[in-house]
Design a protein around this ligand. Structure first.
Ligand code: B1M
Length: 214
């Protein structure tokens, strides 16, 4: 018989938000530590979702439904996280670059990062280079994730990297870029630290760049 946390992971994989929330409540009621609920339940489930997405066993709808289940359980735990002293594995600010309003892929990246234990600051869409700079200055993020879906907005990524350089923060923060028209070659050309073709790979890239082994 699966343990409570194995069941929770499975409900996340299946995208069963109701059951995931009930199991989270049950785990809390039986005294399971919040860190275990997150790591052995929610994150473990999202890891499987990420793997299935990468090998085309899951498609975007399944990932979104799983992420919604993860998020709803996370909402129950969020007030308890501060008390339990759990630290996020890293802090990332994400946004769709200036001039670009597409946010489905960016949201997916944010949810996968959150599912992997990152604190995610979502700056939204049409984000100016100055706003990304401000996130580094004011929020102390270790990485920023730039998303672009239009060939015409790809240059805003280069402008954002230049703005970070100009403000003196380029060495303090890793820059990850992604979006349908992006390539590794373009990421290299504009001096990004990392490129990820999909949301699951964005988690691997962020972890690798920030030296997170967990
Ligand atoms: Co737009 N649109 N759109 N659109 N739209 C595209 C992108 C387009 C390819 C359609 C086409 O012509 N075939 C085309 C771009 C052409 C080009 O530049 N070469 C296009 C255009 C032209 C436009 C407008 C200019 C249309 C117009 O008004 N004339 C306009 C621009 C508005 C603007 O942004 N200023 C526009 C508007 C819109 C809508 C508002 C209607 C809507 C967006 C709704 C929303 O996002 N809230 C929309 C949509 C939905 C699309 C398509 C159909 C789907 C995009 C999408 O969400 N894909 C798209 C055509 C297509 O792709 N079939 C199209 C699903 C999403 C999960 O994938 O975002 O690629 P994607 O994210 C992936 C990866 O790329 C990666 O991970 C994700 C999941 O694996 N990823 C990252 C993304 N960001 C990442 C960041 C990372 C790492 C990985 O690290 C930080």
């Amino acid at each position: 018989m699966p343990s409570l946390l194995e069941s929770l992971a499975q409900f996340v994989i299946e995208g069963n938000a109701q059951k995931a929330k009930e199991t989270t409540d049950e785990a809390l009621a039986t005294g399971v530590p919040v860190a275990d609920i997150i790591n052995k339940g929610l994150v473990a489930g999202m890891q499987v979702v990420g793997q299935k997405f990468k090998c085309n066993e899951f498609y975007i709808p399944e990932v979104l439904i799983a992420a919604r289940a993860m998020k709803q359980s996370m909402e129950k735990l969020r007030p308890l996280i501060a008390d339990s002293g759990i630290q996020p594995v890293g802090k990332v600010a994400i946004g769709t670059v200036q001039g670009d309003l597409h946010d489905i892929g960016k949201n997916l990246v944010g949810m996968m990062l959150e599912g992997a234990g990152f604190e995610v600051i979502d700056l939204g869409t049409d984000v100016s280079p100055a706003t990304f700079v401000e996130a580094v200055r004011e929020r102390g993020v270790g990485a920023i994730g730039l998303s672009a879906l239009l060939t015409t907005t790809m240059p805003a990524m280069k402008e954002t990297i230049a703005a970070l350089q100009e403000a003196g923060y380029r060495d303090q923060v890793k820059v990850i870029v992604g979006g349908a028209p992006l390539t590794q070659a373009y990421a290299d050309e504009i001096g990004a630290d990392g490129y990820a073709p999909d949301a699951a790979s964005a988690v691997d890239t962020a972890k690798a760049l920030l030296g997170i082994t967990a």
